[in-house]
Design a binder for this molecule. Structure first.
Ligand code: FES
Ligand code: FES
Length: 254
């Protein structure tokens, strides 16, 4: 599969090599660009290319002068299990972020791109490890190829659905978030659902002492940012699930 942006970049690069006359000066290139003769993006790139060629050492070809990492497209195969279904192998650009793979290749748009810098945790998915444990991973700063061979869950994989994809039943966490009016715009909600789910699954394996419940929930949700400040209601919803689900809490004496 080709990546549209990279393909465009390659095409543009070829056009630049063809368009840049050897020996064109930077000033003439800028003058041509500014003169309004076909004010297209390609002419702008050609002008920049000619300027670069003019600065290149004597003997260097125009093609080598404009070579940049972005024009060196490299793809890698990606096979992954998503919400129980094996996907791939698919050739994806080596630098493609996982959030873009989910959105653009799989059309799973429930994972939210918030800050894009690894801060807000709106974009997390759950990675299920072979040992039965799971963890959240931020998809805005993690390349798609990191997930090669892994099994993940996205927000689309939580509720029970029928064959037509219609939701039949929410998970307890999703249901309690609704009942507690935990979110307003809902942009952060997929991340909170994933975080709380990882927590609940961990407590099924390792129940927490009752007097540690509150700090355990705080720790689990702490990295997630909600711009609508729904923190307290998220927290209360998770606390209700923890306290009402058998087996998640043990007595302090145990
Ligand atoms: S969008 Fe990934 S951490 Fe903010
Ligand atoms: S509900 Fe809007 S960002 Fe959290």
């Amino acid at each position: 599969m080709t990546a549209p942006n990279q393909t465009n970049a390659n095409v543009a690069s070829g056009a630049v090599s063809a368009a840049a006359p050897s020996g064109a000066s930077a000033s003439s290139a800028y003058a041509a660009s500014a003169s309004g003769s076909s004010a297209t993006q390609a002419s702008g790139v050609a002008a920049a290319s000619a300027a670069v060629a003019a600065r290149a050492p004597a003997g260097a070809s125009a093609a080598s002068a404009v070579e940049r990492p972005l024009t060196q497209f490299r793809s890698m195969p990606l096979s992954i299990k998503v919400n129980g279904e094996i996907v791939g192998p698919t050739d994806v650009p080596a630098g493609l972020m996982m959030i873009d793979y989910l959105h653009e290749y799989l059309h799973l748009t429930g994972s939210r791109l918030g800050c894009g810098q690894g801060v807000c945790h709106a974009c997390v998915v759950i990675v299920d490890k072979p040992d039965g444990t799971s963890e959240e991973v931020r998809t805005c700063i993690t390349g798609a190829n990191f997930f090669h061979g892994k099994s993940i869950r996205t927000i689309e994989g939580h509720a029970k659905r029928n064959e037509a994809g219609e939701v039949l039943e929410l998970t307890p966490i999703q249901q309690k978030f609704l009942e507690h009016f935990s979110f307003q715009c809902g942009y952060c909600t997929p991340g909170f659902v994933n975080a709380a789910t990882v927590l609940i699954e961990r407590l099924k394996r390792q129940p927490v002492a009752k007097d540690k419940v509150e700090e355990t929930i705080t720790e689990a949700l702490n990295d997630h940012i909600c711009r609508c400040t729904g923190y307290v209601r998220y927290y209360e919803a998770v606390k209700e699930v923890v306290l009402t689900t058998p087996g998640l809490v043990k007595d302090a004496a145990q």
